[in-house]
Design a protein around this ligand. Structure first.
Ligand code: GH3
Ligand code: MG
Ligand code: MG
Ligand code: MG
Length: 311
């Protein structure tokens, strides 16, 4: 069905079939597109614009083939609705349509589509175009995760944290909901490195990151590596009481790792200290002040003997 390379050859490191959503009110069209793509893609089908939007909400495709003329909601409106949130719906949309006037094509690109294919479709052409766009999309995903994840621990890096902080700051301002932050620092980690070596230190950092992650259960909570042996948890829609509760759980999760630390003055296993701060974002504050406040509380926790949380 195709000419040229397979997707696996085009995208080294591809571990799963990309997800293709086919949206068309005519089952016959869906069936023929399915035949073209089913070997190399995971196919999701929608027979109306509304169904496509519903499916996209929790089943994001890597690429979408979208019909224009559909009874309940036309393709332009589907595309416009999705592209109103370009960060969340960052997948390419290709129109596949019987409309073949230039004005239709112009309108398609205006709504945010990346390509426009007219029916009747040529299987080789449609396959090649989908592969081109999905390759760019998946390569971008790979680059994004390299740019945003910490190489050692696999949690979000500082850059990602800064981005998330801005996003949730604006969101909190809109929703008038409190935003909490927990700044975490491993206790006597310099001594840990000096005594057990840097390789052991790196392994401890990985274990701590993993333990912190398992405590955070809500989808919008995040843990990032803030710096050397410092982590930060961002907790949207969480008040100070809730954040303190979580901080205590983080402390307990790290203690439960029971990583021996003979040189610690805070106990005989590796521990953390945590500083908690909460603010309801508004124009009167800025996100930097939240970090400063958490840092002050972290300083208190250190001063009070470590292996504790303060807010
Ligand atoms: P405190 O309880 O006051 O936080 O004492 P500390 O020794 O943890 O504080 P300090 O900031 O003096 O030391 C942090 C240490 O963390 C120093 C550095 O060797 C270590 N560290 C930072 N990043 C890494 C890393 O990526 N790998 C390893 N193995 N060690 C790291
Ligand atoms: Mg149609
Ligand atoms: Mg430190
Ligand atoms: Mg430290």
């Amino acid at each position: 069905m195709k000419s040229g390379k397979t997707l696996a050859e085009l995208i080294p490191g591809l571990t799963h079939k990309p997800r293709l959503m086919i949206v068309d009110d005519q089952p016959l069209i869906i069936r023929s597109l399915n035949e073209i793509f089913k070997a190399e893609f995971e196919i999701v089908m929608a027979t109306s614009g509304r169904q496509a939007l519903e499916l996209c909400a929790d089943n994001k495709p890597d690429i979408m083939l979208l019909d224009i003329m559909m009874p309940d909601m036309n393709g332009y409106d589907v595309c416009k609705t999705l592209k109103a949130d370009p960060v969340d719906n960052d997948f390419p949309i290709i129109f596949v349509t019987a409309q073949n006037e230039v004005v239709d094509e112009v309108r398609a690109f205006d709504t945010g589509a990346v390509d426009f294919i007219t029916k009747p479709i040529n299987p080789v052409v449609v396959f090649a175009r989908v592969c081109t766009h999905v390759t760019v999309k998946l390569q971008r995903d790979i680059l994004y995760s390299i740019a945003m994840l910490d190489g050692l621990t696999g949690v979000a890096n500082r850059r990602r944290f800064d981005e998330q902080l801005q996003v949730h700051w604006r969101q909190g301002q809109r929703d008038k909901k409190p935003l909490s932050l927990i700044l975490i620092d491993i206790d006597f980690f310099k001594q840990y490195n000096d005594h057990y070596g840097h390789v052991a230190g790196d392994k401890a950092l990985q274990e701590v990151a993993h333990a912190l992650r398992t405590v955070l259960l809500r989808p919008h909570d995040s843990v990032s590596r803030y710096g050397g042996e410092e982590f930060v948890c961002l907790l949207p829609c969480t008040d100070n009481t809730g954040a303190m509760l979580l901080a205590e759980r983080l402390l307990a999760a790290v203690a439960a790792l029971t990583i021996r630390h003979e040189k610690s003055l805070a106990g005989d296993v590796l521990s953390i200290s945590a500083g908690v701060a909460t603010v309801t974002p508004s124009v009167k504050h800025n996100a930097g002040q939240l970090i400063v406040a958490a840092d002050e509380q972290l300083y208190r926790a250190k001063h009070d003997g470590r292996n504790c949380a303060r807010s």
